[in-house]
Design a protein around this ligand. Structure first.
Ligand code: AHR
Length: 494
């Protein structure tokens, strides 16, 4: 029998709502088709933004949305995306498919999208090919309430009041697509650029520095040493690819076997080591944990569908494997709530591990969407630290823990426990010991399916849906559960 110890601790941190954040880039069908269809579209929309996607995302209570990239951010010039749409100059999207970017979706449209879905905006500025002045003026355009050239321009473009802008990223992946910089060089540039990301008219900006690529611990060391006092957050990027197993070269999103199931979930669990190691470096420079680790790009990433336009990651299908990868990753973030205070899954619509897929007027919710919906109960709740004593799932001489868990208590006193069983064919019995948690009743929902690559399709959009789960027994402070194979289960304990 596997055992999960859950205990209430007086000084446990809050799981920040922003850990359940999203990311949308001008890439493939994410912005155009995914959100923006234009005011004249037959697809029902509000000021050009499609209503079905907005309604689906609102149900997730998305706390924050990062935009415009990604790699696109360091080539984006915001002034091209304001004013009358027909007069906006197009540009070439050199990173993503060499397509013409119309700039129809710009600052006003993004901030309208955030308002429609109820998310706080997180804008990533251009360091790679942009100027300090350009970044300073963007912040002034959005946030300044008094009279200035930029606030006057905003007013001429139809927006009288400034918008709140709580989060601003100073460049993206400046170690690669954002300028191929060395850590020392970027640290100095970060110090300079962030100086002009001003707090105006009462708006306070949480400044996020470009952080490391996966396990580049030197980048974290240099940034924290040279620029730590100037930042509120340091961004980490990590994508989960299948691979690293002898004889397995299948990197497709669907049509995979147990080896790719195992390697993907093992590689998703690598996030635990990354968070620990980067947090340990941050702890040395910032023992008060003032600076947040912001995992502002994370997701599964498979080979592009050969039938789709290349360079778009369009319609990367999203299966039960992605649901498990999301469940494991969100448990890791919850359990590191002390340091991980924002995360943004890539990307919201039609790209990589998306929440929704669209096809013309149709829209479906993916497996990952349902995990975000089930886990939203952790948003803003107090972490209940857990200790898991569990068996391993072994495949081809490699092993990973068969279970993953996290727990929290919300402001109404309800306890939520999210559990994942990664075994593809065996149920897992687990006894949850709840210390210091008053228990009278429990209910649960499960997300599972018969096949490893079961997914929702436009023809059958409801194949993968959470449903009620009753295979558990509650006895005073103990919950005994039989978790189905390859499942994500969330309990509510009152
Ligand atoms: O999310 C896709 C791309 O992955 C982003 O543009 C970039 O930041 C990362 O390499």
């Amino acid at each position: 029998m596997n055992v999960l110890l859950v205990r209430a601790e007086p000084d446990a941190p809050t799981i920040r709502r922003e850990v359940y954040g999203h990311f949308a880039e001008h890439l493939g069908g994410c912005i155009y088709d995914g959100f923006w269809v234009g005011e004249d579209s037959p697809i029902p929309n509000t000021r050009g933004i499609r209503n079905d996607v907005v309604a689906a995302l609102r149900r997730l209570q998305p706390p924050v949305l990062r935009w415009p990239g990604g790699c696109f951010a360091d080539e984006y010039h915001w002034q091209d995306g304001i004013g009358p749409r027909a007069q906006r100059p197009p540009m070439l999207n050199t990173h993503w498919g060499m397509v013409t970017e119309s700039n129809r979706f710009g600052t006003h449209e993004f901030l309208d999208l955030c308002a429609q879905i109820g998310a706080a905006p997180y804008i990533c500025g251009n360091v790679g090919s942009g100027t300090v002045r350009e970044m300073q003026q963007w912040v002034e355009y959005i946030t300044y309430g008094g009279d200035s050239p930029m606030s006057a321009l905003r007013r001429r473009n139809g927006r009288a009041e400034p918008w709140p802008l709580p989060y601003f990223g100073v460049g993206n992946e400046n170690w690669a697509c954002g300028g191929n910089m060395r850590a020392e060089y970027y640290a100095d540039l970060y110090r300079r650029y962030q100086t002009y990301v001003r707090n105006l008219s009462g708006n306070v900006v949480f400044r996020i520095a470009c952080g490391p690529n996966v396990a580049d611990y030197n980048w974290t060391e240099v940034l924290m040493r040279e620029a730590g006092p100037f930042m509120q957050g340091l961004a980490l990027h990590y994508y989960t690819h299948p691979g690293g197993m002898a004889g397995s070269t299948n990197r497709a999103a669907t049509g995979f076997g147990e080896t790719e199931w195992f390697s993907t979930l093992r590689n998703a669990l690598y996030m635990e080591e990354l968070v620990r190691q980067h947090a340990a470096i941050m702890d040395r420079h910032d023992p008060e944990r003032r600076v947040a680790l912001v995992v502002d790009e994370w997701a599964t990433w498979y080979d592009a569908n050969p039938d789709a336009p290349q360079g778009f990651f369009y319609c990367q299908q999203n299966t039960l494997r992605d649901a498990l990868a999301a469940g494991l990753t969100l448990n890791i973030f919850n359990n590191h709530a002390h340091r991980v205070r924002m995360a943004n899954i890539a990307q919201t619509a039609n790209v990589l591990q998306s929440m929704v897929l669209t096809r013309g007027p149709e829209m479906l919710m993916t497996a990952t969407y349902h995990v975000f919906e089930m886990y939203r109960v952790h948003q803003g709740a107090t972490l209940l630290p857990t200790r898991l004593l569990c068996d391993d799932y072994t495949h081809a001489d490699q092993r990973i823990p068969v279970l993953s868990a996290s727990a929290s208590r919300d402001s109404a006193g309800r306890v939520h426990i999210s559990l994942c069983n990664v075994h593809p064919s065996a149920e897992a019995r687990v006894r949850c010991e709840l210390e210091g948690v008053g228990v009278t009743a429990a209910s649960a929902r499960v997300l599972t399916a018969p096949g490893l690559d079961t997914r929702n399709t436009f023809e059958e959009p409801s194949t993968l849906m959470p449903r009620g789960f009753t295979d558990f027994r509650l006895a005073r402070t103990t919950l005994e559960v039989a978790l189905p194979s390859k499942s994500v289960v969330v309990f509510e304990i009152a």
